[in-house]
Write a protein that binds this ligand. Structure first.
Ligand code: HPA
Length: 291
């Protein structure tokens, strides 16, 4: 995927297929990561398309993990939802992880909402907390924009002074307050994984300024910012890592705690979505052109 004109062609072929399948023109997209998986059941689904039916789209290597696009309405708002996510630690390249993001931008998506499960580094956090991501540290050692830049996708040196939209953060804060949902906030550091952090790495990441650590999100957000999308990210704090009394983090605990906070995150986004959608609708629709 290093060949630029090939990438442009691939995106255009994929866009045509998804566009002709889709019966709506949503401007908000959600990546159904940890905490948001149940949106697939909560939304009124109008249609869906498997990743494997979209030309050049990465597909999950795990047979049981069927990836697909779902479109429909949630909280009265037209949305496009991605069910099935790709991580660097699974062996996907940064370009593969970015493909769906770039495709969505070409389809006219303006706002991307994403969630993740993360380990808390801020000692004031508790397992089960929600954390509004205000900024990130890309500590994966990879960047999806390495290589020649396709100017039609975005600029060579995209500005990263506001990767997580301040106005979307404000909406999330206000709606959390109204709903009585405690919303922490802080910096998410993305690491490559899949091994968990050592106590020394945990101490280092905290000293580097991070409040939570996880193995997703930063690659997608860099690609999204490059493509001009506005991003809202929320972490579900599944465990809290204290380097001076460090304990193992069993995966079952991560999954159990993160799943238990899913309804809270969904309640927050359901309230925020109508306001977020107004912002998305207000943006000029210049994206839906061939690359
Ligand atoms: N570290 C890295 N990724 C994670 C963690 C963690 O402690 N918890 C959930 N995802």
């Amino acid at each position: 995927m290093n060949d630029l004109s090939l990438l442009a062609d691939h995106l255009e072929e994929a866009r045509k297929v998804l566009r002709s399948a889709m019966t709506l023109k949503p401007r908000c997209a959600l990546i159904l990561g940890t905490g948001l998986g149940a949106v697939a059941e909560a939304m009124t689904v109008h249609g869906h398309l498997d990743y494997r039916a979209v030309p050049h789209h990465p597909v999950s290597t795990v047979e049981s993990h069927r990836g697909r696009y779902l479109w429909g309405t949630w909280a009265g708002v037209e949305i496009l939802a991605l069910q099935g996510r790709f991580h660097l630690y699974e062996g996907y390249s940064p370009a593969e992880i970015s493909f769906p993001i770039r495709l969505m931008a070409r389809l006219g998506i303006k706002v991307l909402l994403l969630s993740n499960a993360a380990g808390g580094l801020n000692p004031l956090f508790h397992p089960g907390d929600l954390m509004l991501i205000t900024d990130h540290i890309n500590f994966t050692g990879r960047n999806p924009l390495v290589g020649p830049n396709l100017d039609a996708l975005g600029p060579r040196f995209p500005d990263m002074s506001e990767p997580y939209s301040r106005r979307l953060q404000d909406i999330a804060r206000q709606e959390a307050l109204r709903a009585g949902i405690r919303l922490r906030e802080g910096v998410y550091v993305g690491v490559l994984g899949p091994s968990m952090e050592t106590a020394a790495e945990t101490r280092f990441l905290r000293a580097a300024g991070a409040d939570a650590v996880g193995m997703s999100t930063v690659t997608e957000v860099i690609a999204a910012v490059h493509a001009g999308l506005e991003v809202l990210g929320i972490s579900v704090i599944s465990n809290v890592n204290r380097p001076d009394c460090y304990e193992p983090v069993p995966l079952e605990q991560v999954i159990r705690t993160a799943s238990a906070s899913g309804p809270l995150l969904m309640a927050l986004l359901e309230r925020a979505l109508p306001r977020i959608s107004k912002i998305a609708e207000g943006k000029p629709n210049d994206a839906e052109n061939p690359v």
